[in-house]
Design a binder for this molecule. Structure first.
Ligand code: PEP
Length: 251
């Protein structure tokens, strides 16, 4: 069985020194894990410092966004090669805060993800419906529309670099968690799309949205959940350590 993947998204919450300190605090809990992989995504300026802490460990460090080109006139962007050069191995793409606050379109997110994967960066491709979309019965349509421009264009040889995160927008940072049925239905849909377009049923599918030590066990029990993308709780060494312990004790 593949290890449960716990990914911490630190967003724009910590400075470089704070990110380094948090990485040092969680490092001991990340050693010798049997059932869990831990990845962290600090803000990009902190990636080198955090990657240094985890240099000799299994913890992977990544960025919260990435560009599709390796270099060029793209002011303000981070290239996949630059990310790799400072110790990053993966990137989040399409996080709902990028889609809503920064107006990133479905096509732009797909382009970012495809370019990064071509350049050797693993991608956690985030999708999710708003409360309004769920209430109007548009969840399936929304998730499919967000995922297809990416999935349908992944080269077969790049399939192992694909991870999908299902993050209902209404559950991110709100304390609301999707129900077991909502999680299982969405994960089943994503799994069927991965099977159809990648010809693969092993693509890891993460759940994200107010994951905490209090609800993690229930989330892990949902069919089709291979791990979690964690925002708020990943900023606390205590909570992240608890999540790791729960994962290690699960199953
Ligand atoms: C996120 O931002 O990806 C996230 C899931 O945040 P939180 O855990 O705080 O809801």
């Amino acid at each position: 069985m593949s290890p449960t993947l716990i990914v911490g998204n630190w967003k724009m919450n910590l400075g470089v020194r704070e990110s380094y300190d948090l990485a040092r605090q969680i490092a001991p809990a990340c050693e010798g894990l049997q059932k869990t992989s831990v990845w962290v995504a600090p803000s990009c300026l902190s990636v080198p410092a955090v990657a240094k802490v985890f240099r000799d460990s299994a913890v992977e460090v990544g960025s919260q966004n990435v560009h599709w080109e390796d270099r060029g006139a793209y002011t303000g962007e981070i290239s996949p090669t630059q990310l790799r050069e400072v110790g990053g191995s993966f990137a989040l793409v399409g996080h709902s805060e990028r889609r809503s606050v920064c107006d990133e379109s479905i096509e732009l997110c797909a382009r970012r993800a495809l370019g990064a994967i071509r350049a050797g960066i693993k991608v956690i491709f985030c999708i999710g419906e708003t409360r309004g979309q769920r209430e109007s019965g548009q969840t399936e349509q929304t998730l499919t529309a967000q995922l297809l421009p990416f999935l349908a264009n992944v080269q077969p040889s790049h399939q192992p670099a694909v991870i999908v995160a299902y993050e209902p927008v209404w559950a991110i940072g709100t304390g609301l968690v999707a129900s077991e049925v909502e999680i299982e239905e969405s994960h089943a849909l994503i799994a069927s799309l991965c099977q159809r377009y990648l010809g693969d049923s092993t693509t890891p599918i993460l759940y994200g949205g107010s994951v905490s030590p209090a609800n993690f066990e229930d989330i892990l029990r949902c069919r089709g959940v291979h791990g979690v993308l964690v925002g708020g709780a990943s900023l606390s060494a205590t909570k992240l350590t608890e999540l790791i312990a729960i994962s290690e004790g699960h199953g």
